[in-house]
Design a protein around this ligand. Sequence first.
Ligand SMILES: C[S@@+](CC[C@H](N)C(=O)[O-])C[C@H]1O[C@@H](n2cnc3c(N)ncnc32)[C@H](O)[C@@H]1O
Length: 190
Amino acid sequence: MSKRISLTTQTHQFIKKYLNTGDIAIDSTVGNGHDTLFLARQVDRNGLVFGFDVQQQAIESTQTRLDTNLSFKNSTLFNTSHENLIEFIPNQYHGKVKAIMFNLGYLPGSDKAIITQTDSTLFSLNQAIKLLASNGVITIMAYPGHSGGDLETKQIRCWCKQLNTDKYVMKQIYSSEKASAPVLFTIQKN
Ligand SMILES: C[S@@+](CC[C@H](N)C(=O)[O-])C[C@H]1O[C@@H](n2cnc3c(N)ncnc32)[C@H](O)[C@@H]1O
């Protein structure tokens, strides 16, 4: 029987096809820093990573993970909502970002009340699209099984479907057939 590949691994495999040394990337929800570290390694010492999280605890644990695992510093973390993407990413990088990750929901092992919200997620996705470079990608991991996550996932699906198909290629990858199972949305700009 073939082994199922986790959606996180599939997300990283997808991004690796587009994100190279020296590129610019954003982790919109740094959490425990696993995705930020992945992006930081992928763009390497000449690249740049910007990370966002509303929880100070997430920023600290991500900074520690980066400091422990990398011999260089290429990442800047902001303790603010990803609704402020455009404001916090320097103007010179607008339209030049090659990968933007959204891993929604709550921080594992932390306060489950601090969870991404449909309105602010959609608000920041509209900003993410403006920051994206040609051949850049957005990934969104959504959790319909979480409280509020069902609506958030549905709204994200609607948002993805209204994207201009001449410009963007959108795919949905399901982790299982269960309605509550996580969903990965990938968007690639032509
Ligand atoms: C599933 S976790 C992210 C996991 C992370 N990518 C990792 O690799 O460990 C979701 C994170 O989103 C954060 N979050 C919730 N609302 C947010 C918002 N409006 N802006 C930025 N981060 C937010 C939470 O604090 C939590 O740390």
